[in-house]
Design a protein. Sequence first.
Length: 324
Amino acid sequence: MSQTTKTIFRLRVSAFLALALMLVSWSQEQGELIPDAPVYSDPSQWYMKDRGKGADFFYIVSTETGDYVKDGDTCHFADTYDRNLCKGMLKEMRAADSLFNDGFNYFSPYYRQVTMQSWGDVETTNRRLPVAIGDVKRSWDYYIKYLNNGRPFVIAGFSQGAHAMLEILREMPEEVYRRMVAAYCFGYRIPQEMVDNCPNIRPAEGATDLGAIINFNSVRSPECAIPVVSGGNVVCINPVNWRTDTVAAQFICIRRKQNDTLTARMDPDSHLIIVDGYKDNYVMPVFGRPGNYHHMELRFYYPYIRQNITDRISTYFAIRRRPE
């Protein structure tokens, strides 16, 4: 082979490799249009109510976004700068503030949450979630540095928001954790590995223990559970009587046209809350199952959670005021 032939051969090989790398890169990006990252020094990236109170409530919303088309591509992440696309998040932010804690300071970040359709396949979910979790972590860091001002706080998240909250707890430094009144994990799973390896994830044992995590998932019966949100869960407390045993508690489900009396009890094998007496057969889209009440976690229990948040914060201040 002549020198000229060798040179041409090398150039062709280089061109082929460059083309191959370009095609691989294009394939990895195809269908994963990602909006600009939220900048948390921008007030438009928050729903905030600074009421001048002595304690904060930090809330991370659940999945309120569906797939949408942008620039000819389907996007699977919320665009936090598009007010129209963020209407669902804003509605939940306002509802959580009203339902749970309008007596405290309230902070809730917009984030590039993965869309509802992303939860239909575990591999897809896991591939996309780091974008959402990264945003929430950055929002938390900004909140602690610039907004919290050393106050005690309650942190809470629902579904996808609860998943992100657990990642915050994994990395929360001790000096910040000491100010955490409680963490509310609504509608998500806490596996044994997380309890064993994260000292900040300490399951609640009653109504007023501090620095604890409150977790529950509601179903008609254990076979109605959704694996992606409650599979392998080992942490559960009854959000009506705040017990971790099987003692049942009656509660009132406040609805628009009628109030229903239901019963909640913990199943010790599945660590699920079994709700008896609820007759609505609504099934959530994408990953819902008949008899699964993931969409009702906040609606079922909000009067009890609201009172519990107040009780835990009162306990925190009472203990802090005690003489050494």
